[in-house]
Design a protein around this ligand. Structure first.
Ligand SMILES: Nc1nc2c(c(=O)[nH]1)N[C@H]1C(S)=C(S)[C@@H](COP(=O)(O)O)O[C@H]1N2
Ligand SMILES: [Mo]
Length: 340
């Protein structure tokens, strides 16, 4: 299938993408300076740059990732600004509180996560509930690669090449009923495999399983993606294998990992971060430089993997993370300061 029309959110140039050789050279430089394997530092928005300098080692990665076949749609691989994040950063600087709250806990703790067998249930307000097994996740729809900007509420960001398909594809197949208003998502609950679920201190106080939600209109927008791969291969567990949500115009916490349930609902579902700290994390969580987090500004962000040795490059944050043309209409008439 050929994509004839370039989507308006598709603004990368191929020249923006860093060749692998360049970042491998950079890694060698950091290694020569003796900076590898120094260990994790506390990563707060202000310290993300320091973390970026010191942690560059993926020697503890053992999880095997399979190459994926996908449509090399160069039209999807474009973006407004910046280069693709080096893979080593994307798979070693993570938030996945089921494995601990520091940025390096996921890569260190998640390698033994069992992702096959897996079951993903689609249920609730649908005519055709489904249970998809591991293989179905890769077979159900043609896989596409989409390079998206990704911004965490902690004011760091990356540019990531996801592989997967639109959430809308699955929802169309399941035939959403006329009562549906929202879609709820749930991560695997397995305290034996996830130390953060076993121990409240390790898991950052979240009431597990991790849950998230979207309005039905948000869920049906083509931009809303279910990723099964990253950098041409299946997802590493620390990034949410075998399947995770990617909602590029919202703060990263909406992009729930390692999903076992998609439930179409007739009311707004609970979401983990909103339940934990409602004054800090709203249901919508649209990226918005004009609405600060109570404890820090959201006007700028640190682009992980770009900039000099001593700091990640700081860039301006865009409304809806740059995707306003695509999704702005979903929020017509809504006060985005109240509905943050
Ligand atoms: N189940 C689950 N999903 C999650 C999280 C989490 O702790 N648990 N963290 C979220 C946050 S805050 C961010 S920024 C992204 C990070 O995705 P990445 O590690 O692949 O960059 O995952 C999101 N999805
Ligand atoms: Mo985040």
């Amino acid at each position: 299938m050929f994509i004839k029309k370039k989507p308006s959110w598709d603004k990368f140039n191929d020249s923006d993408i860093t060749p692998e050789s360049v970042y491998l050279q950079r890694r060698q430089l950091v290694k020569n300076l003796g900076l590898l394997g120094t260990g994790a530092l506390l990563a707060t928005p202000t310290k993300a740059g320091l973390w970026d300098l010191f942690n560059n080692d993926k020697s503890n990665v053992t999880f095997e990732r399979s190459p994926l076949t996908f449509q090399k749609q160069s039209t999807y691989n474009k973006w407004i600004y910046g280069k693709q994040t080096p893979e080593v950063k994307a798979i070693s600087h993570n938030n996945f509180y089921e494995f601990g709250t520091s940025k390096t806990d996921p890569i260190e703790q998640a390698q033994s996560l069992t992702v096959d067998p897996w079951q993903l249930r689609i249920e609730g307000e649908v005519q055709r509930p489904m249970i998809l097994d591991y293989d179905a996740l890769f077979r159900l729809f043609p896989l596409q690669e989409r390079i998206y900007n990704f911004r965490c509420v902690e004011a760091w960001s990356m540019v990531l090449p996801w592989i997967g398909f639109s959430l809308a594809e699955i929802l169309k197949k399941a035939e959403v009923t006329s009562k549906a208003t929202h879609v709820a998502f749930e991560t695997l609950y397995d305290p034996e495999q996830m130390p953060g679920q076993k121990n409240r201190f390790v898991g950052g106080g979240i009431n597990y399983p991790y849950v998230e939600g979207l309005t039905l209109a948000e869920a049906m927008t083509d931009l809303t993606f279910l990723a099964v791969g990253l950098y041409g291969k299946t997802l590493p567990p620390q990034n949410g294998a075998p399947i995770r949500l990617v909602v590029p115009w919202k703060y990263g916490f909406k992009s729930i990992k390692s999903i076992v349930k998609i439930r179409v609902t007739d009311s707004q579902p609970f979401t983990s971060w909103n339940r934990l700290a409602p004054s800090e994390y709203g249901f919508y969580a649209n990226v918005n430089p004009d609405v600060d987090h109570p404890r820090w500004s959201q006007a700028t962000e640190r682009r992980i993997g770009q900039g000099g040795l001593f700091s990640a490059k700081r860039i301006k944050t865009l409304p809806f993370n740059g995707y306003g043309d695509n999704v702005g209409a979903l929020y017509k008439g809504l006060d985005l300061k109240v509905n943050f």
